[in-house]
Unconditional design. Sequence first.
Lengths: 151, 151
Amino acid sequence: MGIFSKTCEYAMRAVFFIAHKTAGGGRVGIKEVALGIDSPEHFLAKILQDLSRRGVIQSAKGPNGGFYVDEVILNMPLASIVEAVDGSDIFTGCGLGLEYCSEENPCPIHHEFKAIRNQIQDLLKTTKIGGFNKELNMGIAVLKKQKNLPQ
Amino acid sequence: MGIFSKTCEYAMRAVFFIAHKTAGGGRVGIKEVALGIDSPEHFLAKILQDLSRRGVIQSAKGPNGGFYVDEVILNMPLASIVEAVDGSDIFTGCGLGLEYCSEENPCPIHHEFKAIRNQIQDLLKTTKIGGFNKELNMGIAVLKKQKNLPQ
DNA sequence: CTAATAAAAGATGAAAAGCTCTTTTATTTA
DNA sequence: TAAATAAAAGAGCTTTTCATCTTTTATTAG
């Protein structure tokens, strides 16, 4: 796996997709999201239910229902998604997995690793969920596994 | 989990420990390594067997046997351990898990994420396996989960 | 108020990661 | 050459992650 869990990767791509589709109003259904980010529908449904419970996206049942975001969510940082799915270990954890690694009690790569952690934190906290809508509209950013998949 | 798999965290700590103990000659047994880095012995044995097969550490059977490293290994980069255990995804993978993410076909966080990946790569390629022996000897760096565990 | 819609919830299953225990093989030294 | 030592290999178990399918609940439009 990469830096984030697969579940978290799906979550980020889905939230970007939902933000992109519903920033101007409306809702988008799970089928369309799954198709739009090229992910397994039922698995993604579970992830989105969880994100909805945690307030990272919004949802409505019934006809015309679906997932959507409001202005508040558009301005939330990417970190909200990552924390909801993977927890905050990525912001605070030791590179060698030592629970008690700290400034006073550092692991060998503590200081170098802290710099990396901080950079990740910076990316996740300063980037807003709604920050990619322009690129996505213009088609110069992509959310699917492969380029030029149908739909 | 963190940036690296748990297996990889054990591997790095174990190799640091072995490097520290055997840089001046001699071998160190699996029991001592497991105790020294506070890890499950039998599981660590599997990891070290694999690292040995891949040339990241050396081993000898029988009395006075154990794991050890030579000068060549002491000068190998941390990246050798990470690649042997987790593969090279961490150096090249997309932040959102997209297989075809690239400069021409970027995911939304492609450029920011590339900077992070490069910093990780820089840490892992410029840091040498034997680079922590002084700190470890002086006791100002630590490899155990908790401070002040016996042995 | 009923039928259709769409998310929520529940139950279950497959695969990978993490971990343990036992047996075998190689080496050494006495 | 026999006994002791220590890694290597094999088999199997547990937990977590990833994934699917089915049923239920809420909402809305007609």
